[in-house]
Design a protein around this ligand. Structure first.
Ligand SMILES: O=C[C@H](O)[C@H](O)COP(=O)(O)O
Ligand SMILES: C=C(OP(=O)(O)O)C(=O)O
Length: 453
């Protein structure tokens, strides 16, 4: 793929748009320019054909023939990009995907919030501790979490580290998914071990037995087991840092189309989805599959504007809406949006992020989410689609493969007292390995019965 014109031209805008929300206050424009010039010359992390392949998989989600499972850290960190951590997340997602595939009897499109999820939008630009006020931590791509002037000052070199860490993570993900780690029989064994150890194991036993019988059936029929040993896996992150994304945008020489080459799929977050804003402008100009988060403030008019601006050709798989309205509001707010989009015959995929919108802070000061609220948010999302006869296309989760104690509840019953034991997230609380699998088994039951709850 070819880079975008002369170094530095990647920042150029063709129409007048207001300044971008949630961008770092980089202290030195010359330093910034030097970094974005380096990124503009760097090799792409993903290729157009891969992005197109993901778009065709997401087209199946939009048509009601597949599910999307998207998940990973709230905020990846450079120090956290270890083999153990990447293995754990991948393994959790693969285990969930097997359970969901069986429950829904549909292919599951697997997409990590991985290999690029290093920048965070924040509610407040500053953090105050005692008499000291410093810029808020905006993710390892921008500044450091330590509460010192040095750490909190945005440093453009961090975007180079983001690129390098994304490349090494993606390399590992590609090697693992192609090299036997994803073998279906092995993933099923992991699920068996989870069911055996889980306090809710009995409840999941039947589904696990059925998967085992299905695998035995395929083997008995002389089924091609080789294909079951690899998995198609894609990566995604929030396309928040426009300096980074623009610098990594390339033109595909085969088609002349522009692609973000930082990741297969990018999404626009709740805080940066202003219809006339630069994020929408940037996303309209790339050909990757893209997603937009929709919080409780999203109106039907705005959502239709996104459809017109981001998917003018009405191409299935191009646009996914990720609903993050919270368990208490999704049943009231979502139906109108789905109806309006359906009345325009816009071929979008609808996915639920039940994490955002269900966050609260405990007395001990831990930002957390309760498993039951997460599950209820998903149930509400599915109820709405069930009532309208539309397809609840899947789930977007913040999760990890580790046994952290960041979210409450689940079958291992994490209580408020346990939160400090392993509260390790760099930003928002993630489901741990067993909570993520609990959710997958629940969802599988709902999809199987074709009705939630
Ligand atoms: O992940 C989403 C946001 O970045 C996060 O919820 C913001 O957290 P804050 O409200 O602590 O800034
Ligand atoms: C910031 C995020 O979510 P939202 O934009 O929905 O708040 C996120 O998913 O990391």
């Amino acid at each position: 793929m070819t880079s975008e014109g002369a170094p530095g031209s990647h920042g150029a805008q063709t129409r007048k748009v207001p300044p971008a929300d949630q961008q770092p206050d980089w202290p030195d424009p010359i330093h910034l320019r030097d970094v974005t010039d380096q990124l503009a010359r760097a090799v792409p992390l993903v290729f157009a054909a891969e992005c197109d392949a993901l778009r065709s998989r997401l087209a199946a989600v939009a048509k009601g023939e597949a599910l999307l499972l998207q998940g990973g850290d709230c905020a990846e960190t450079f120090a956290g990009a270890t083999q153990e951590s990447v293995d754990g997340k991948l393994r959790t997602l693969l285990q969930m995907a097997v359970v969901l595939t069986h429950g829904a009897s549909m292919p599951v499109v697997k997409v990590g919030r991985m290999a690029g999820q290093f920048a965070k939008p924040r509610s407040q630009p500053f953090e105050r501790r005692g008499d000291t006020t410093l810029p808020v931590y905006r993710g390892d791509a921008v500044n450091g979490p330590g509460f010192t002037v040095r750490e909190r000052t945005p440093d453009p070199d961090r975007m180079l580290r983001m690129y390098e860490t994304s490349a090494t993570t993606l390399n590992l993900v590609r090697a693992l998914t192609a090299g036997g780690f994803a073998d279906l029989a092995r993933v099923h064994e992991w699920n068996r071990a989870f069911v055996a150890a889980s306090p809710s194991g009995q409840r999941y036993e039947r589904l696990a037995d059925e998967i085992e019988r299905a695998l035995a059936f395929v083997r008995a029929c002389g089924g091609e087991t080789g294909r079951l040993a690899t998995a198609e896996f894609y990566v995604s992150h929030e396309g928040l840092l426009l300096d980074y994304e623009r610098a990594l945008t390339r033109t595909d020489p085969a088609t002349g189309k522009r692609y973000a080459t930082s990741s297969h799929l990018l999404w626009i977050g709740e805080r940066t989805r202003r219809p006339e804003g630069p994020h929408i402008e940037y996303f309209a100009g790339i050909s990757n599959p893209i997603a937009v988060k929709l919080g409780p403030g999203a109106t039907a008019d705005t959502v239709l504007r996104y459809v017109d601006r981001l998917d003018p050709d009405r191409e299935p798989g191009r646009l996914t809406f990720v609903v993050r309205m919270g368990a208490e509001r999704v049943r009231d707010l979502l139906p109108l949006l789905v109806e309006k989009v359906a009345s325009e015959e816009a071929p979008v995929a609808w996915v639920c992020d039940p994490m955002h919108g269900n966050t609260f802070v405990t007395e001990s000061g831990h930002k957390t989410r309760h498993f039951d609220a997460v599950a209820d948010g998903l149930r509400g999302f599915m109820e709405v689609h069930h009532a309208l006869g539309t397809h609840p296309g899947g789930v977007h989760l913040e999760l990890t493969g580790d046994d952290v104690t960041e979210c409450l509840g689940g079958s291992s019953a994490v209580g408020q007292d346990a939160l400090p034991q392993r509260y390790e997230t760099a930003c928002d609380p993630r489901l741990n390995h067993s909570q993520a699998l609990d959710l997958a088994f629940l969802l599988a039951e709902w999809y199987r019965s074709r009705r939630p709850g």
